[in-house]
Design a protein around this ligand. Structure first.
Ligand code: HEM
Length: 213
């Protein structure tokens, strides 16, 4: 275990709590959704007790994911705005994939790939929420014409499967970049991790530290 002095706070407690609560709700909402979409996976609706429970709880779990993502949006959006130096990451994506950290890529708190993922996650959840409300039989579906319900079901399916695939990629990359999951669990990453993966962010933190000193 590295010494505390070598560690930087990357993600605050409330942000981590929100992220991992989203993970639980997303897992349950996604598996119940998949259970209705692909008959081979119908057994997945039992994660919520019974298929009836899954049917009733799925929309509420989806709303919980939306609310959690609104909080994450508020906390993280300023780190995910496109900046000029993002183009360096795109031009050097090959060396990023080969885990060659010799070049200075001027990466801020999140890299250009993470930023794209951030915006795709946020757009998918908006589509899922709006289409989900339209097709929610218990409360709203009766107020909409049938063509709108059909359109909502199509949009919900595309955005749902899209978001599940994005999250699978997100999990793969989180495992691939060693140290990032620890960062999301404990909140801390090592200074060398920060320099290696987010050089501009590490420099900015160092500058702030010396300003204080
Ligand atoms: C087992 C599942 C998951 C794992 C292991 C995981 C892991 C991580 C890690 C390690 C980070 C921090 C990355 C960094 O510090 O550079 C992160 C950030 C994030 N995760 Fe997850 N995550 C999971 C599921 C999810 C789900 C289901 C969602 C949303 C539906 C989500 C949304 C986010 C968002 C929005 C960020 C912030 C990224 C940014 O601001 O660019 N994650 N995740």
């Amino acid at each position: 275990m590295a010494h505390k002095q070598d560690q930087i706070l990357r993600t605050k407690f409330t942000e981590r709590l929100c992220h991992w609560s989203i993970v639980v709700c997303f897992f349950l909402a996604a598996t119940s959704g998949i259970s209705w979409f692909f008959p081979t996976f119908s057994w997945m609706s039992n994660f919520l007790g019974t298929p009836q429970m899954a049917r009733a709880l799925h929309p509420f779990l989806g709303i919980a994911v939306f609310v959690g993502l609104c909080y994450m949006f508020k906390r993280f959006v300023h780190h995910n705005m496109p900046v000029r130096s993002d183009s360096i990451w795109f031009r050097n994506v090959k060396s990023v994939l080969l885990a060659d950290h010799s070049k200075k890529l001027r990466i801020g708190k999140y890299n250009a790939g993470q930023k794209i993922l951030f915006w795709l996650i946020m757009s998918s959840i908006v589509v899922l929420l709006l289409s989900g409300l339209v097709m929610w039989r218990a409360y709203f579906a009766e107020f909409f014409p049938i063509w709108m319900l059909r359109l909502a079901i199509l949009a919900h399916s595309v955005a749902g499967i899209g978001l599940i695939l994005l999250i699978m990629g997100h999990i793969y990359l989180a495992i691939w970049v060693r140290g990032s999951i620890t960062g999301m669990v404990t909140g801390y990453v090592s200074k060398s991790w920060a320099r290696q993966h987010h050089d501009r962010w590490a420099e900015e933190l160092k500058a702030k530290e010396s300003e204080k000193a």
